[in-house]
Design a protein around this ligand. Sequence first.
Ligand SMILES: NC(=O)c1ccc[n+]([C@@H]2O[C@H](COP(=O)([O-])OP(=O)(O)OC[C@H]3O[C@@H](n4cnc5c(N)ncnc54)[C@H](OP(=O)(O)O)[C@@H]3O)[C@@H](O)[C@H]2O)c1
Length: 257
Amino acid sequence: MGEFEGKVVLITGASSGIGAETALEFASSGASLVLVGRDEERLEKYAQDCLAKGLTKEKVLTIKADMCVEDDVKRIMESTITHFGRLDVLVNNAGACVLSSLSSENLMETYDHMIKLNVRSVLQITNLAAPHLIESKGCVVNVSSICGKRVVPGMLAYNISKAAIDQFTRCTALDLAAKGVRVNAVNPGAIMTPLQTVFGMSAEDNHERARKVHPMGRAGEVNEVAPAIKFLASNAASFITGETLSIDGGRHVSCAR
Ligand SMILES: NC(=O)c1ccc[n+]([C@@H]2O[C@H](COP(=O)([O-])OP(=O)(O)OC[C@H]3O[C@@H](n4cnc5c(N)ncnc54)[C@H](OP(=O)(O)O)[C@@H]3O)[C@@H](O)[C@H]2O)c1
């Protein structure tokens, strides 16, 4: 029996990148999964991949939803409880990055979008999930970024949104600690997913950039993030809460020269 057998894990942004790999990681441990995304086709593809890991159909629920729409977020939680009757782990992963700086023409629109998607939706779904997590003595893992801890140039609004997620992680960890619910975050460096196309560079140039900015001399892979998310959600992390765990090849301890 897998470690997460009998547990229900909800992953937002499970239709791509880090979220999709996290779904596979939990599927291997026997968890029941709620996979959320906007792109139904990709969501179904990754649901099939989870079934191939040995999960039965009833153990995988896919929900097409836009995290920026309040009613969609309410529907995610209602469907989860209707289908599974419980929630043990919430992985707040859905997010996007739009480049911005003080000289950006549409800075305020970009800021509003980054805050709405990367912060507000996380607060809303965590608020709705909290009573169920308290009941199951469950946990939350937020997917933050190196940008929560350090300033990556040209990402003003995104940097602010991820710094907010780090503080949100600490605030909610304190809020829920006495109720038996842990809240942690992972802070990845550059991980080669579709999100990286935001720089408008070729894959090769992107890797070259990653080689320069990470002390370990390379970008990270989704399979170097998903196991850390699972670890933070597992009993092995039973006394860890309020932590923001860097997964960035040492980038957060370096400084520009
Ligand atoms: N890749 C990196 O270098 C990196 C580094 C640090 C942190 N992160 C963080 O890691 C998380 C996942 O990013 P990723 O790299 O895996 O990117 P990705 O491959 O582009 O995946 C993003 C996921 O978020 C979902 N999403 C985006 N907007 C949404 C919305 N409005 N409603 C519902 N779902 C939405 C997407 O779903 P659909 O495609 O179905 O819309 C997709 O499943 C993000 O929070 C990101 O900030 C990434």
